[in-house]
Design a protein around this ligand. Structure first.
Ligand code: MN
Length: 246
């Protein structure tokens, strides 16, 4: 069982890694379900991910109410996290990012599908949530539970949903797996774009089959992500802690 202190440290490391790997810039965020209370989650105060420290991590109720914020200002879009934890007991970490490589897929509807083996972790079907369908002309931000819950309907039982004109929401069983997934989402989006250009010449573009995606996801275990996590910790100048419980 992970302790609260270890999850907070892990969350800080995850923020630094996602900044270092250029998944999050000054915006976007990653959260974790509270290890001692499944009806709460942990998320930084509104701050750029590369600057986040342990003292920035705030506890929230699933509806987005801060428990211990004090004068620390929360992110406007924290509802993305709470809505996913509310609907999905299997999810223990959520990332919301505006990663540029992914954004064109949400705008054009060009289907994002796994094409490189590790990209299988994004799932067979990556749906697109369009806030306009229910909420009309907004600033595209998810600023209440109603919008968060609508996004979760699109996410369904998957782990990735694109957000039209905005970014994406990525979920996982734990922080390390979720970081792995959002980084591979970025890699897969870039590879697909490059392959698309070549396919104009060759007329060929072969994605992974559903069976191949299923087969790869069976090997998505700590064996897959620990090697990457240790490497990313070093690149982000954060201590690597081996976690036998993940
Ligand atoms: Mn956003």
């Amino acid at each position: 069982m992970a302790t609260l202190d270890s999850v907070i440290e892990e969350l800080v490391t995850a923020n630094r890694i996602l900044a270092r790997e250029e998944i999050l810039d000054s915006f976007g965020h990653i959260s974790a379900r509270h290890p001692e209370n499944p009806n709460r989650y942990l998320l930084s105060r509104a701050r750029a991910p590369d600057l986040i420290e342990e003292g920035d991590i705030v506890t929230f109720e699933l509806d987005g109410t801060p428990v211990d914020a004090g004068d620390r200002k929360p992110y406007l879009e924290r509802y993305i996290h709470g809505a996913i934890y509310e609907a999905r007991p299997d999810i223990h970490s959520v990332v919301h990012s505006h990663t540029g490589s992914v954004l064109p897929y949400g705008v054009t509807g060009w289907k994002l599908r796994p094409m490189a083996h590790v990209g299988a972790c994004i799932g067979k079907d990556v749906p697109i949530w369009d806030s306009d369908e229910k909420f009309g002309d907004t600033d595209l931000l998810v600023v209440n539970m109603s919008m968060g819950r609508d996004l979760v309907k699109t996410l369904g039982q998957g782990k990735v949903a694109l957000m039209r004109g905005h970014g994406c929401a990525v979920a996982g069983d734990n922080i390390r797996e979720t970081v792995f997934r959002v980084i591979q989402l970025d890699v897969n989006a870039r590879l697909q774009r490059e392959a698309l250009a070549m396919s104009q010449v060759t007329g060929k573009m072969k994605f992974m089959s559903d069976g191949e995606i299923d087969a790869w996801n069976k090997i998505l275990t700590p064996y897959s992500w620990e090697r990457a996590w240790e490497n990313w910790c070093k690149r982000a100048s954060r201590p690597y802690r081996f976690q036998p419980w993940v």
